[in-house]
Design a protein around this ligand. Structure first.
Ligand code: NAD
Length: 325
C-alpha cells in the first residue's frame, strides 16, 4: 500500500515539531510549509529523512501553494499568528494569516481532492466563563481577542462552505506545555519553570483562574487517529482537545512546579490578572471518539524542561526565538 501524503502547515512550530515527528516515524510522506518565523533549526533532527520535505514559504504567498497540494491525502493546518499578544501587533497580518490563508488553503485542498482537513482552533474561544460550569462544544463562545475571533470565523466558514466535499475536523485545544524542538517559554507552565530558574521567584497572576492544559505531544497522537481512521466519524466534528483531569487552577500549577523542583524559592501571588481568560472544559466528546489516555503529565514535562535547562540545551534562555512576540 502506498504511503499516505500529509501537508503540515506550521510544522516547524512548537506543536508542529511533534506532529512532523509522529508522522515521519509512521512512514508517512510529509511536506511542511512554514515561514520559519522563530527557529530555522527546529526540524534539524529530521531534516535528512527522505520522506520529509521542508518548504520555507509564507502561506499567504499563493504562487506555489497549489503545487504542494498535489497528491496530498490530508492537511494539518497549524500555521498561524498564535496568541493574543502576537495578534495585537498587526490586525492586518492576523486576519491575512489566520483567516484569509486558512480559507484559501482549504479551498485549494478541496479542489485537489484532499480527504482530511484538520484545523487547529483554540479553546480561548470560550473566553471568560463562569468556571463553576464546564464548557463543552455546544457552549456559547465568548472570544475576548482578535486571535480567538479569527479562529471562530474560520471554524464557521470551514464547516459551512467546505464540509460537503472534504472531511473537516476542528479542534479547540487546551494550552499546551512541555518540551519541543521549537521551544516556547511564553506559555504558562514553561514560563513558570523559566521564571523559577532565572528569577528565583514564581509570580502567579490570578491564582484562582482556571486553565485547561495538555502535553504538547498530544495533538500529534490525536491527528494520527483522525487520518488513520477508515470511516468518517471525525467528519464535520468540533472537539475540545485535552483531558478532564487537566483543568488546573493557576495556583496549583505553580505549587506543583515549586514544591517538586524549586522548594527554596518564593511564590508571589497577585490577585488580579490582565488576561481575563478563565474556563473549565469538558473533554468527554474527545474521550468518546478517541479513547486516549494522556501521553505525559505536568510533572514529567516539568522534569524534562528542568533537565534541559540544567544541561544548557536551550542556550540563551531569553532568546527571541522562544517567544511569539
Ligand atoms: N500552543 C498552544 O497552547 C495552542 C493552543 C491552542 C491552539 N493552538 C494552535 O495550534 C497551532 C500551532 O501553535 P504553536 O503553539 O505550535 O505555535 P507556533 O507559533 O510555535 O507555530 C506556528 C508556526 O506557524 C508558522 N507560521 C506563522 N505564520 C505563517 C505563515 N504566514 N506562513 C507559513 N508559516 C507560518 C510559524 O513560523 C510557526 O513555525 C496554531 O494554529 C495555534 O493557534 C496552540
Amino acid at each position: 500500500m502506498k504511503n499516505k501524503k500529509i501537508l503540515i502547515t506550521g510544522g516547524a512550530g512548537y506543536i508542529g515539531c511533534h506532529v512532523v515527528e509522529e508522522f515521519i516515524k509512521a512512514n508517512y510522506l510529509v511536506t511542511v510549509i512554514d515561514r520559519l518565523s522563530f527557529d530555522s533549526n527546529s526540524l534539524n533532527n529530521l531534516r535528512d529523512n527522505k520522506n520529509l520535505t521542508i518548504v520555507k514559504e509564507d502561506l499567504r504567498d499563493l504562487s506555489n501553494l497549489e503545487s504542494h497540494l498535489i497528491g496530498v491525502d490530508a492537511v494539518i493546518h497549524l500555521a498561524a499568528l498564535v496568541g493574543e499578544a502576537a495578534c495585537k501587533i498587526s490586525e492586518l497580518d492576523t486576519i491575512s494569516t489566520n483567516y484569509d490563508a486558512t480559507i484559501k488553503l482549504c479551498d485549494l485542498a478541496r479542489k485537489n481532492k484532499v480527504k482530511n482537513f484538520i484545523f487547529m482552533s483554540t479553546a480561548s474561544s470560550y473566553g471568560v466563563q463562569d468556571t463553576s460550569e464546564i464548557a463543552n462544544e455546544e457552549t456559547k463562545l465568548n472570544p475576548v481577542s482578535l486571535y480567538a475571533k479569527t479562529k471562530i470565523d474560520c471554524e464557521n466558514v470551514l464547516l459551512e462552505k467546505f464540509s460537503d466535499d472534504i472531511d473537516i475536523t476542528i479542534f479547540r485545544p487546551s494550552t499546551v506545555y512541555g518540551h519541543s524542538s521549537r521551544m516556547r517559554f511564553d506559555l504558562i507552565l514553561n514560563h513558570l519553570v523559566l521564571d523559577a530558574f532565572l528569577k528565583k521567584e514564581i509570580k502567579v497572576f490570578g491564582p484562582e483562574m482556571v486553565r485547561p492544559l495538555m502535553w504538547v505531544g498530544e495533538p500529534a497522537r490525536v491527528y494520527k487517529k483522525v487520518i488513520d481512521s477508515q470511516d468518517s466519524k471525525f467528519r464535520s466534528q468540533i472537539f475540545n482537545m485535552g483531558y478532564d483531569n487537566e483543568n488546573y487552577k493557576k495556583i496549583d500549577i505553580a505549587k506543583l512546579v515549586q514544591s517538586n523542583f524549586f522548594p527554596e524559592i518564593n511564590m508571589d501571588i497577585v490577585d488580579k490578572d490582565k488576561d481575563l481568560r478563565s474556563y473549565r472544559l469538558d473533554f468527554s466528546k474527545m474521550k468518546k471518539f478517541f479513547n486516549l489516555e494522556p501521553g505525559s503529565n505536568l510533572l514529567n514535562a516539568t522534569k524534562i524542561i528542568v533537565d534541559n535547562i540544567n544541561s544548557k540545551k536551550y542556550g540563551d534562555l531569553v532568546s527571541k526565538k522562544y517567544y511569539n512576540t
